[in-house]
Every structure is written in structure tokens, then in C-alpha cells.
Design a binder for this molecule. Structure first.
Ligand code: CS2
Length: 491
């Protein structure tokens, strides 16, 4: 294996590799990011890298709440990592915007100092759906294990809301201004949900702190978008072959990238806007379209494609039956319930999403999209189901996607595979009690209160559609794709 990528080795990189054009020693730390996974590194860290070329204040300190791997890799490389865009003609570049990497478990004091220090003007988060510790109604789940822990140990929290409350409490007591706090996860109304989670948690121990947060902190809504396949060993080897040094934190993404941020009277938002983010008052419109169309279709394609033995998004898109099903899901059951935000044509947007999915330069594993499915299904598809049922619109394709998730869980449990899902234990128990009878199996899954709310679980039309969908997926598993599903409005 070659030597590691480090600041000293930047000069050894091949000439075609772009590298930071600014003096990293002068970079400040006005941003703290919680959750330095591949998405953050491929998306936000690159936009900030561009901003640093002209304004050195906005360097990033990253905080990892759990996994050590990324921290270790970034530390060994002085924060540097490679970004490769999977599109002919795009440049490979080394990003220098991450100054420091802190682990909250081994350095709680360093974490607090980063989050609460007056130099920090912007805190961003990519902690995935489960990182917010929300109940199915979108409010903070006060019975969540991590929240129970954080209420008992407020100085050494585990959850993202717990760390934000600890940091905001310290900022208030030290006279530091509240920062802008920005959720960058695929959640409907992500800014408001994060604000409410933090304020609810603060209120449990200190109602006056909750009031201060409400009055002082800004939690803009955002929409983030860029398809970022996980970095597997083959990708890291290819980067090593191209760069001549080993980079254990390298990331890859499609060329398309977008960050839409709710307008706010706050310098960090203006700086991101000047750096290429879209700042608008209608983030929710954009975010809902992206969540329901792109993420909803992604999950549906992943669960259904896996039932057919497909492995990647592009592979699944090349199957005519799957492609037709995804097109019908979007056209007949998702788009009719969406209002187009200003400047966005829904049909054009949907077509562009399908083109991105079919990109042959990207190997995006369906199994990666299937991680944490119990958290994704409600936010990506069940909101559309509820809206369609209320409006008399069809739910056949949506129900079949939910049934495909159930079968994915059943197959994983029977194969003894580890489910990457916070509900893995209860899902595995549920799956192992299934008998391949559509009515009884779907009823067992519907009884999971933290996935399907009571109203959906009892809706006769949805239950029937789910059973039909389940039967279709059983047929797919046997290699017999059923006749195309027809979206019929229900009475
Ligand atoms: C994907 C998303 O893994 C998944 O669940 O649906 O990560 C998706 O690629 C991004 O949201 C695209 O912006």
C-alpha cells in the first residue's frame, strides 16, 4: 500500500488533481459539522472548500458521535480527503475544508468547546433520520434510549439533540451568541423538527433555556441532494492508483449537487448562498418534492430490485419491468399530490431523477439505500400514502413498495443477515414469525407502531393494497414478474 495522503504529500499528487488553493494554516473554524459521513464530505465540505478560496473564516471542525473510522482516517491525513465526481470530464480534487476531527465519546470536552465556542457561527448536521430521536409523529421521543441517557447525563450526551442542548446552555451562560443550526438530512421540515427536538429536550431540565433557544437560535430548513455511493475498497484502490497515495477518507458522488437553504437574516446563510447554495423562502416545496420523488423512488427501487436479485440502482433501472413500475409510481401516485415550487417543473424534475438513477458511471448499491429502511419508509413514502388515501388517489405502487420492504426484512432475517436498522431486533422477530401468507404477514408488520401509525395500519384500502403488493413481491422472488400494476383511484 502507498503512503497516506497528508498535507506534506499534496505536492506529490499528479498535476490533474485539484488541491486547496488557499493557505490552510489561516483557515478559521466558524463551522462545526456533526456527522462527517460520506455525504457531508462529498457535498457540504466541497462547497466550503470553494468558499475558503476567498474567505478563510469558514473552516469546518467535524464531530463524530459514534463511528471512529472516519475520524481516524481524517486525523491521519490532516483533515484532507479526495472527492471524485463520477462523470466523464470532471476533476478529481483534494478537499481541505476540514480542519479538525473530534469524537464526542473520547473527547466530550473538546466537543463541547467546538460547539459552544464563540467562534462557531454555524452548526450543521447529517446524522440520518434516526439521529434526531423522533417519534412517528415527528416530535422528540422522550422514551428514546439516547434521550433518556442525555436527560440523566446532560454533560456527556449521546444524541445530536443532547449535544446541541449542552452547547446552547454553555453559550447562554458564557454570553456567546446562538449559532445558526442547520439540519441537512432527508426529513420533511427538517429545520422545524430539529428546533422542536432541541427545545423540547431543553425544556425538560431548564424551561428558561428552552425560551432562550426559541428566541435566539435560527434553524433554517434545507434540502440537500447529491447521489453519494459508499466508498468501498475497490473505490479506495482506484483513488490510490490515480493519486499515488492512499486515502482512507476518499468519497465519490455524481456530478449533480444541490443545497437549498431557507432564507434567514444571518451571515452564515448569506455566505453559503454566495458560495453556490440556493437561498429561498420556499425550501419546503423543494425538500418535499425531492424527498417524495427522488428518495421515495430510490427506496422503492431498492426494495423491489433486491427482490429480483438486482444489486445496483443503474442495474435495476435497466430492467424494463422495474423501470416501468418506478415511472408509474412517480407519475400516477407521487406527482399528483405535490405542488411545484416556483421555478420547478415536476415532470422535468422527475425525468431528471430517472436519468440520474440510470447513470452507468455510478455503482450505487441497493443494499446501501436499504440501510435504516424502517426510518426511511415513513418519511419517504407513507406521507404520500396518507395524502393519497385522504384525497381518493391510488396507492397501489406505494403499497407494493412498502410490501417489498417487508419482504426485504423477511429474506434478510431468514438468511441470518444483520439488518442495518435501529429497529433490527423487533423487525427480525416480526420477520421470523412470517409464513409467506400476504394477509397475515402484512398484518404483523402493520402492527409495528413506530413504522405505520394507527390510522394507516387500520385503513382497509391500504391493507388490501399491501396484501396485493406482497403477493406481487412473492412472485418476483420466484422470478415471475406480475402484470403491471394499475393505479386505480379508490372509492
Ligand atoms: C438515498 C439517498 O441512501 C439513500 O437512502 O436515497 O442517500 C440519496 O442518494 C440522496 O438523498 C440523494 O441526494
Amino acid at each position: 500500500m502507498s503512503a497516506r495522503l497528508t498535507p506534506a504529500r499534496l505536492i506529490t499528487l499528479p498535476a490533474h488533481v485539484r488541491r486547496p488553493g488557499y493557505d490552510r494554516a489561516r483557515v478559521g473554524s466558524a463551522i462545526v459539522h456533526i456527522g462527517p459521513g460520506a455525504f457531508h464530505r462529498a457535498h457540504q465540505a466541497q462547497l466550503i472548500d470553494d468558499i475558503l478560496e476567498t474567505d478563510p473564516r469558514w473552516g469546518i471542525d467535524v464531530v463524530a458521535l459514534r463511528s471512529r473510522d472516519t475520524l481516524d482516517a481524517l486525523r491521519a491525513q490532516g483533515g484532507l480527503f479526495t472527492l471524485k465526481c463520477l462523470h466523464a470530464g470532471t476533476q478529481t480534487r483534494v478537499i481541505g475544508s476540514i480542519r479538525r476531527a473530534v469524537g464526542s465519546q473520547d473527547d466530550p470536552w473538546g466537543t463541547l468547546m467546538a460547539l459552544a465556542g464563540p467562534q462557531t457561527r454555524l452548526i450543521t448536521l447529517t446524522v440520518t433520520e434516526k439521529g434526531y430521536c423522533l417519534a412517528p409523529d415527528g416530535a422528540l421521543d422522550l422514551t428514546h434510549r439516547d434521550i433518556v441517557h442525555d436527560l440523566a447525563h446532560p454533560a456527556t450526551p449521546r444524541s445530536a439533540p443532547g449535544w446541541l442542548v449542552a452547547a446552547l446552555a454553555r453559550r447562554r451562560s458564557t454570553g456567546a451568541a446562538a449559532p445558526v443550526i442547520m439540519s441537512c438530512d432527508n426529513l420533511e421540515d427538517n429545520g422545524r423538527k430539529l428546533a422542536q427536538a432541541v427545545i423540547t429536550l431543553a425544556r425538560q431540565t431548564d424551561p428558561s433555556l428552552a425560551g432562550w433557544i426559541e428566541a435566539q437560535a435560527v434553524f433554517p430548513r434545507t434540502m440537500v441532494d447529491s447521489i453519494t455511493p459508499a466508498s468501498d475498497p475497490a473505490f479506495l484502490d482506484a483513488v490510490e492508483a490515480e493519486l499515488g497515495v492512499r486515502d482512507e477518507a476518499a468519497v465519490q458522488r455524481e456530478a449533480f449537487t444541490s443545497w437549498v437553504i431557507e432564507a434567514a437574516d444571518a451571515e452564515p446563510v448569506e455566505v453559503l448562498g454566495a458560495g453556490g447554495a440556493i437561498v429561498t423562502s420556499d425550501v419546503e416545496g423543494h425538500a418535499l418534492v425531492k424527498l417524495r420523488v427522488l428518495n421515495g423512488a430510490h427506496s422503492a427501487l431498492a426494495w423491489t430490485g433486491l427482490a429480483m436479485g438486482q444489486a445496483s440502482v443503474a442495474g435495476a433501472m435497466s430492467d424494463p419491468w422495474l423501470r416501468a413500475g418506478i415511472e408509474a409510481l412517480i407519475r400516477d401516485e407521487i406527482l399528483p399530490g405535490l405542488a411545484a415550487p416556483d421555478g420547478l417543473n415536476l415532470e422535468t424534475y422527475a425525468a431528471s431523477v430517472l436519468t440520474r438513477f440510470a447513470n452507468p458511471s455510478i455503482v450505487h448499491r441497493l443494499s446501501q439505500i436499504a440501510w435504516d429502511s424502517s426510518q426511511k419508509l415513513p418519511v419517504r413514502l407513507l406521507g404520500t400514502v396518507a395524502a393519497n388515501l385522504a384525497a381518493g388517489r391510488p396507492v397501489e405502487h406505494l403499497a407494493r413498495a412498502a410490501a417489498a420492504w417487508m419482504r426485504f426484512v423477511v429474506r434478510s432475517a431468514r438468511a441470518g443477515a444483520d439488518l442495518t436498522d435501529p429497529l433490527a431486533a423487533i423487525l427480525t422477530r416480526t420477520a421470523l414469525s412470517c409464513s409467506d401468507d400476504p394477509d397475515t404477514d402484512t398484518a404483523r408488520f402493520l402492527a409495528l407502531p413506530s413504522v405505520f401509525g394507527a390510522a394507516l395500519a387500520q385503513h382497509p384500502h391500504f391493507r388490501a393494497a399491501l396484501s396485493r403488493g406482497y403477493r406481487d413481491i412473492l412472485a418476483l422472488e420466484r422470478g415471475a414478474p406480475p402484470a403491471p400494476t394499475v393505479s386505480e383511484p379508490h372509492p
